[in-house]
Design a binder for this molecule. Structure first.
Ligand code: ADP
Ligand code: F6P
Length: 324
């Protein structure tokens, strides 16, 4: 028989992402609507091990849906990667009467959820990361806001790049994944995009492209470089020396992780938060909420973590062909 869930814990873990607050709000209110108690766990697994746990009521999540960041705060916690840390975490859940935990975060956080599930605490993961690098889902909380923030910033750099007839290398986040770079590449009409999944480190191709575009009268040259490749400042120096075209590097950095979430991030995060509660109430555990082929669905965490995700080839190709 499925374990009955009376008290749900919720935490955010790993890098924060705009829309996490919308997910927390949904978890709290959906759970209360279903007659459950909710406990907020501060600072991810670090806060769990420190017992930073408190009751949450519907009013505690008022006025947060529009805010970036996470009201529960987030952290990375090495102790929780150890079996001793995980056993302590499960014990603390039991001590506080928490029989189900909703973990909002990325792949690393889901490995933690997997461990808690194996120790008898029902867990559901909700994908929250600006990087879009969770294989089983076409959407992750925060990606939409982050790409819009990056796109607007790149438009601004492009204005000044055109005025000065410069080449601009703009570095975007994504850890080892190139999804933010790909989307900005298309949305900003970049002349070149460098993705860790695709880049062959042949800088001569970039140099030739810049020289060709100059001959054809292009006044700017935007290169979007993913964080997974990095080194934008030294790359700019080499490219300027090889092309004779003034080149500047801009690293967008953490501004991409902040700001008020877009409508899409609020709506999808709210839906995923509710679905996570519903799954726990159905007695499910070790599951991950996802958005796949137009539907909100759930996967076994073990299977989800074994999946692979690649850069869509067609979009990569059109990014190049549209910038001619
Ligand atoms: P993300 O969740 O965004 O991928 P991290 O990889 O930094 O971010 O992971 C967040 C946290 O999840 C880590 O600080 C750690 O507490 C926990 N975690 C990561 N990997 C594991 C693991 N193999 N087992 C248990 N917990 C883990
Ligand atoms: O996972 C989100 C992310 O912003 C990545 O894009 C980036 O590599 C990383 O987190 C940065 O982490 P930190 O905030 O610890 O520097």
């Amino acid at each position: 028989m499925a374990k009955e869930i009376n008290t749900i814990g919720v935490l955010t873990s790993g890098g924060d992402a705009p829309g996490m607050n919308a997910a927390i709000r949904a978890v709290v209110r959906e759970a209360i609507a279903k007659g459950k108690k909710v406990k907020g766990i501060k600072r991810g697994y670090a806060g769990l091990l420190q017992e930073e746990i408190s009751d949450m009521e519907a009013k505690d999540v008022s006025d947060i849906i529009q805010r970036g960041g996470t009201i529960l705060q987030t952290a990375r916690c090495l102790e929780f990667v150890t079996p001793e840390g995980q056993a302590k975490g499960a014990e603390i859940c039991r001590k506080h009467g928490i029989d189900g935990v909703i973990v909002i975060g990325g792949d690393g956080s889901f490995k933690g959820a997997q461990k808690l599930a194996a120790l008898g605490i029902n867990t559901i993961g909700v994908p929250g990361t600006i990087d879009l690098d969770i294989s089983c889902t076409d959407y992750t909380i925060g990606f939409d806001t982050a790409v819009n923030t990056a796109m607007e910033a790149i438009d601004k750099v492009r204005d000044t790049s055109t005025s000065h007839e410069r080449c601009s290398i703009i570095e975007v986040m994504g850890r080892g994944a190139g999804f933010i770079a790909l989307w900005c590449g298309i949305a900003n009409g970049a002349e070149d995009i460098l993705l860790p999944e695709k880049y062959d480190f042949d800088e001569q191709k970039l140099v030739n492209n810049i020289i060709e575009n100059r001959k054809r009268g292009k006044q700017h040259h935007i290169i979007i470089n993913a964080e997974g490749i990095g080194h934008s400042t030294s790359m700019a120096k080499r490219i300027e020396a090889a092309t004779g075209v003034e080149t500047r590097a801009t690293i967008l950095g953490h501004m991409q992780r902040g700001g008020s979430p877009t409508c899409k991030d609020r709506v999808y995060a709210s839906t995923m938060g509710c679905l996570a509660v519903d799954l726990l109430c159905e007695g499910k555990s070790n599951r991950l909420v996802a958005y796949k082929d137009g539907d909100f669905v759930d996967y076994d965490i073990d299977e989800a973590l074994a999946m692979e995700k690649s850069i869509p080839e067609y979009q990569f190709q059109i990014c190049k062909s549209l910038s001619r």
